[in-house]
Design a protein around this ligand. Structure first.
Ligand SMILES: Nc1ncnc2c1ncn2[C@@H]1O[C@H](COP(=O)(O)OP(=O)(O)OP(=O)(O)O)[C@@H](O)[C@H]1O
Length: 259
């Protein structure tokens, strides 16, 4: 069983090929880290899965053809935390998080008890209850990032895609975000999260997909993907590798001297 399946996906932006023949499937229980250098195609891939960027190839979301899903139906299957954190309107944090419930509500209906519970739970998970009444446009970068993640969590979809959601978060909130994602996966959902934090990805994710210049160059366990060779050939860095509490540690140290 898969919640997301991508087959031979290719995309071009501004007339330039950006994704080349990408195929993978993600099943319930997986927390997949999407890694790769700047410009590798991580955002384009996530946006293509969401139907926000034109692409060729197959996309199946929770058993339905992603190419023909209506926006309303898609919103019941997949939530998206975008890299762009612009908020257009000065609304309260609580109202913004509650937008995540719209796909579940009949048109113009007020929130029901279950919707309020989902909003409260999402705010608790992202530690933003103290900002409930604050204007979303008057938060710090990391606070706003947690609010936007909470909106996606409130959507309670089987599949969650998040584009660099940990960027700008302090260490405690980064760890707690990844714990939340891990716990969603353990409940049988699928999460795909892009990040540049190789250490966090290696520690938290059940699987990593490494993109380079629009192609999948490695896909497997963190130990199989975050290797000295891959860091050298894809990121051009050398790193320290270790293990603490049974989990992998990786710390980029310097630019690679090998060519
Ligand atoms: N609107 C656009 N028009 C043309 N090229 C684009 C456009 N948006 C992105 N690109 C190019 O597509 C490639 C993939 O970009 P993408 O944003 O998917 O990479 P990324 O892996 O998410 O990068 P980053 O880690 O820097 O966020 C890059 O080379 C980028 O310059």
């Amino acid at each position: 069983m898969t919640l997301l399946s991508v087959a031979h996906l290719s995309a071009a932006l501004g007339g330039r090929p950006v994704l080349h023949d990408i195929s993978f499937a993600v099943g319930p229980g997986e927390l997949v880290g999407l890694i790769g250098p700047n410009g590798a195609g991580k955002s384009t891939l996530l946006r293509a899965v969401m139907g926000l960027t034109p692409a060729t190839g197959g996309i199946v979301l929770d058993g339905e053809d992603g190419r023909v899903l209506t926006a309303a139906r898609r919103a019941l299957k997949v939530a998206f935390v975008a890299q762009n954190r612009d908020v257009a309107w000065a609304m309260s944090v609580e109202a913004l998080v509650a937008l995540g419930r719209l796909p579940h509500l009949p048109r113009l209906s007020p929130l029901r008890a279950a919707d309020r519970a989902a909003v409260d739970a999402a705010m608790r998970m992202m530690d933003i209850e103290a900002y409930r009444e604050r204007q979303a446009t008057a938060l710090s970068g990391g606070e706003l990032a947690r609010v936007l993640a909470a909106r996606a969590l409130a959507q309670e979809t089987p599949l969650l895609l998040a584009d660099e959601p940990a960027a700008g978060l302090d260490p405690a909130h980064q760890i707690s975000l990844m714990r939340t994602f891990r716990s969603l996966a353990e409940q049988g959902r699928s999460v795909v999260v892009s990040t540049h934090d190789l250490a966090l990805a290696a520690r938290s994710c059940t699987r990593l997909i490494l993109l380079d210049r629009g192609r999948v160059v490695a896909d497997g366990t963190p130990e199989a993907v975050v290797t000295a060779d891959n860091l050298q050939s894809v990121y051009r860095v050398r790193a320290y590798f270790g293990e603490v509490e049974g989990r992998m540690i990786v710390l980029p140290l310097d630019l690679s001297e090998r060519t």
